[in-house]
Structures are given as structure tokens and as C-alpha cells.
Ligand binder design. Structure first.
Ligand code: DP6
Length: 361
């Protein structure tokens, strides 16, 4: 599919006003997206687990404007309160998607949004937030164009979400989503995420992700800045090759259910991501001392017990502890007894692999 396929045709219906509510999850990448080209095109393919508990709920109300104007008109509420500092991000998003949703200028919008995870937990809300908003917008388009197929609906929601935040395009569907072209994954695209439809071993059913909130503060370096630092990065070319190779390995792992290899690839990806941060110019470190304490504890426990527990990191200090459901009793006990002490205010979130976004109203 090409970008032009997401341009809208003439709408057959007229609409005065309405409202949609979507719930959209966060996701955690196993193979990381780090580095992008113009128009939110990723430098390498990535694959993620869709999460279940961490999600954003967004209601989008729309009413036809009385007068035509050439600027976007919207109000934004977060947890019921006006949120001015989110507005520039939405403004940029609208600008990027305007040519794909020609009705954007015809309506006044009220965006009401809230997250299931604690505010300022350091959990990235851009993936769940942008995907929920994209889904609301495509729902409006479907009213204007009732012939839109479900497949096109999902694709377009992912396509638009990507223009809001790259990783958001992996939050529309579950349980595993690939974004970025890869030779061995049919239908994979740089433009949108696709549900991973190859064989997945039962070991990965209901896979657990306990998110340890190590540092809930504002990130010192945003993902957008981090991605940009991959331009001219001395190891960029090798890193993009590595991600492609690791995705090939992951295809095999998902098929075979080999948990040792799974942990090896996933942990190597997390550390490579952070190695890219440490070796860019300017260089930066997002891990905290407790991030390393947790990693070392996990390695020690794994060595001593043989349980299949591993970790991944996103662009921050928090640790996602990953493990199969079949071993969850013992591993959860270990987390509670030995890892939670390293969390800020003892906070953590018990999440697991999820099924994707849901229309609530
Ligand atoms: C480390 O999707 O937040 O979580 O496209 O600039 O919005 P933008 O970046 P974003 O980057 C996510 C990076 C990551 C890895 C991943 O999710 O694949």
C-alpha cells in the first residue's frame, strides 16, 4: 500500500455532530524502533507485544463549525481538566494528518482523555494516546464514508497513529504487531503496523509483563530527540542491520517457543537501544542505578533457578519484566520479594499481552 491510498475520496454522507470513545492500549517493543526518516518512516522494522492493562481512554466529540476557518479548532481535557501543554502535540498531529482527513477543518473537537496507569508514572502514553485519537478520527470518517471496510479502517487508524507517534501504530491490534518492512514477514509495511499472523507457540500466550516504575520523573531526553540522534550516529547502519537480523531470529523463536533464545534477543535489543543513546552525540543515559540493580537481580535469579524471566526497557528507566504465564507464580513472588524494593514508592503495574483497542461507545 502507498500513502496515496489513505487519501480520502468524496464523502457520501453529511454529519452535524457526534461522539466516539475508544480505549487503546500501550505496547512494549521486543525488537526496538530507534531512528526514523522523514514522515515517520522507521529505519528498521520492530515488533511489539500489545499490552492489556496500560491504556488510554479517549472520547472525541465533534460539531460542525458555523464558519469555515483555516485553523484547527479543539479543546483538550486530561482527567477532566483542561490540558494546555498537550495541545501543541495535537496541533502537530492534525497538521500531519490533515491531507488524509479533509474534514478536520470542518469541525470543532473536544478531546477528553485519561490513562489507566498512574499519571506521570513515566510510562509512555503517546502510543496509547495517539492510537486512541486516531481510532476516534477514523470512526468519524467511517460515518462519512459508510462503505469503508474493516480492514481499511484498521490500516488507516494505524497509518494515522504512526504520524502522531511511531510506536502508536503498533497499538491498534493485538497480540503481536510488526511495523516496518521485513522480507520474511508478509504484508509488513513502513506505513502502518500489521498483526503478526505467523505461527506463535503456546509459550507466548498470556505472556506476563510486570512494569517496575523505577523513575517517574520527566524524561531528560524525549524519544523524538533520541531518534534524531541516530542521523549520523557512528553505529547506526550496524544497529539497523542488527534489528533486521533479530527480527528474523524472533520469527523462528515465536514459532519454536524457545524461551532462552527469546530472552537473549529481547534483552540484547533493550541494551542495544540504550547503547545507542550512550554513544550518540550528545550522549545520554536514561537508566538509573536501580534499573541496573534490577537487571542484575534478574540475571542472578535466572541463573540460580532456571526460570524463564527476562527484561526489556523502553526509552526510560523503568523495567518491563517479561515471563511466561506457566512460571508466573514463582517469578511474581521473586518480583515482589526482591525487585519491588527498587521501585519509586514501591510502584509497579502487573500487565500482560493484550488484544488491542476497543470501541467503547
Ligand atoms: C524506545 O514512538 O515514542 O519505545 O515516533 O518520535 O513519537 P516518535 O517516537 P516513539 O519511540 C518509541 C521508541 C521506543 C522503542 C519502540 O517502542 O519500538
Amino acid at each position: 500500500m502507498k500513502e496515496t491510498q489513505f487519501l480520502s475520496k468524496e464523502y457520501s454522507q453529511a454529519l452535524k455532530q457526534g461522539k466516539f470513545t475508544w480505549e487503546s492500549p500501550s505496547n512494549i517493543a521486543l525488537i526496538k524502533y530507534w531512528g526514523k526518516r522523514e514522515n515517520q518512516i522507521p529505519e528498521n522494522p520492530s515488533i511489539s507485544f500489545t499490552l492489556d492493562v496500560c491504556k488510554t481512554i479517549t472520547t472525541l466529540s465533534f460539531s460542525k463549525k458555523n464558519k469555515n476557518s483555516n485553523h484547527f479548532s479543539f479543546d483538550l481535557f486530561f482527567d477532566g481538566k483542561p490540558k494546555e501543554d498537550f495541545k501543541p502535540k495535537i496541533q502537530t498531529f492534525f497538521k500531519r494528518i490533515e491531507s488524509y482527513l479533509p474534514f478536520l477543518n470542518d469541525y470543532h473537537f473536544i478531546i477528553e482523555t485519561s490513562n489507566s496507569f498512574p499519571h506521570s508514572s513515566g510510562i509512555a502514553s503517546s502510543a496509547s494516546g495517539m492510537s486512541a485519537l486516531a481510532l476516534c478520527l477514523v470512526s468519524i470518517e467511517k460515518l462519512l464514508d459508510p462503505e469503508m471496510t474493516n480492514e481499511y479502517f484498521t490500516r488507516k487508524a494505524s497509518f494515522l497513529a504512526r504520524l502522531g507517534s511511531g510506536s502508536a501504530c503498533r497499538s491498534i491490534e493485538g497480540d503481536l504487531v510488526v511495523w516496518g518492512e521485513h522480507d520474511e514477514i508478509e504484508g509488513s509495511s513502513d506505513l502502518f503496523g500489521v498483526k503478526y499472523s505467523d505461527q506463535v507457540h503456546d509459550n507466548f500466550k498470556n505472556f506476563q509483563d510486570t512494569i517496575l516504575l523505577v523513575d517517574k520523573g520527566e524524561k531528560q531526553v524525549s524519544s523524538s530527540v533520541g531518534h534524531n540522534l541516530m542521523h549520523g550516529h557512528p553505529f547506526a547502519k550496524k544497529r539497523f542491520e542488527q534489528a533486521n537480523t533479530n527480527l528474523s531470529k524472533m520469527v523462528e523463536i515465536l514459532k519454536s517457543g524457545n524461551l532462552d533464545s527469546f530472552i537473549e534477543v529481547v534483552e540484547s535489543e533493550a541494551l542495544s537501544l540504550h547503547a545507542m543513546m550512550m554513544t550518540s552525540l550528545p550522549y545520554f543515559i536514561l537508566m538509573k542505578p536501580n534499573t541496573l540493580e534490577i537487571i542484575n537481580k534478574i540475571w542472578k535469579f535466572r541463573k540460580e533457578t532456571g526460570f524463564h524471566v527476562g527484561f526489556t526497557l523502553d526509552a526510560g528507566a523503568n523495567v518491563h519484566v517479561l515471563y511466561p504465564e506457566s512460571e508466573s507464580e514463582k517469578i511474581y513472588k521473586f518480583i515482589k520479594n526482591e525487585l519491588v524494593a527498587y521501585c519509586q514508592n514501591g510502584q509497579y503495574i502487573c500487565d500482560k499481552i493484550g488484544k488491542g483497542a476497543k470501541l467503547l461507545r
